[in-house]
Design a protein around this ligand. Sequence first.
Ligand SMILES: [Zn+2]
Length: 483
Amino acid sequence: MSTCRSLTLSALMLCCQSIVAQTKPIYNFQDLSHAYYEKQKDSLKKAWTCPAVYKDKETQKKYRDIWNERTEFVTEAIDNDGYLYEAEIHSYLDDIVKQIVKANPKLFPQAPMLLIDRATSVNAYATGGNFLAVNVGLLAFSRTREELALVLAHEMAHNALSHPEEGMKKRAEWFSSDEYKQSLNAVLDSRYERFTRLKKVFEGYSFDRSKHQRYHEGDADSMAIILLKNSHIGIDPTVFLRLDSADIQYRQPLRKPLKEYFAAYQLQVEDSWMVKRTKGLSAKAYSFNTTTAGLADSLKTHPDCQERYNKTKHEQTSGPLTPIPASLRDKAMKMMIWSIYCNGNMTAALYRICLEKDRGNTDPWYDFMFSNVMSGLYYADQKLGRFNAIAVKPKEYISNSYYELEMMFEQMPREKLEAFHNALQQAPFWSSMTPAEHGFKSLVHTLVSNADDNDKQKAAAKSFTASYPNSLYCEFATPFSKK
Ligand SMILES: [Zn+2]
């Protein structure tokens, strides 16, 4: 009896919580960069005209080509919804940037244009031209305002020190240098080992570049410390040590056996799905370290983190650190899982959901996504795209639990995928979902039930985008409506 009552009570509390959490969408479809930054894209194109730097025509032409490549990189990302606007996150970041700008007016006569990149890697980047981008992956990963500030100040320092422009110049000079041409001619003249020789040409170039970049990193770190001191923002160099572990997020094991995450939805996972076979993905012999030993430096997005920490640790300020608001991290996490799902990587999406559950997150939006992932896998299987949807990761980057999930996704029979899809469509969490999510549910159901009927899929997608034109879920529906 008492268990029953407490269950009802917690279910009730969950409902209340979810109503608060669910009334507002994370962002609108129109906040994706193709729409939101359309005008800024055009002004950026105009503002980024290549300056005349070289008298030598050929070098100047190379420089202009490289310069335009950068413009295209940013404008294409805007067109392809690589960025998005979300008011709370944007103003939180912009506030830090403006504080740094205000305290360092000589270095920053103008505040940079700041964009939120939807990429999941724990990173931020400066492209020069007073442009700065922060990945949602970094937002979901960061704990304090000071951590974010150090990363932002570092990127702003790259811009202030003209590192991006200098890098473009170095490339232009190298590609029009006699040394490069001679080595290239030697390659073209040689009948044998052409490829090996070509590789050598590029090795010379990239070696110089990495040496150069390493040197730049130290400079940007030193300047970042000064920028933050001037701004009276606390300095927390331990962020470098955390960045060092940023690439091992999928090596973080799950707290519970995989089947328990499914049992929560009354879904039975069979042990045989996770048994290694002699053929296919599961045949690969992986040996997993139970300790979360680091990745080799060569595999990291941020090498030399320990060294960067050692160089800056004496700058650690003693004041209290400012935790990032939970709502901000929550939004970043949802943005990330949604974009992983839209990119069709079902294993990574489900793994992130399980990691959230391990943190004690009971927001039913994650149940909604759990359901979408399982239905997505069923759909992919019918379209003979199951392997792509599993998106196998190299073993260096994953935990044993992640590998088990890959194996399970590979081996569970299609009838079971269908059964899971149907069971999840009836799950209790749907009662706390908004109309847009219910609309999405019926779209997904139409897709998986008519995987070979393009007309029906198109009609369902069109009906969804017409009924919920502002919904972020239109991103998923739109390609089907244009089939
Ligand atoms: Zn850097």
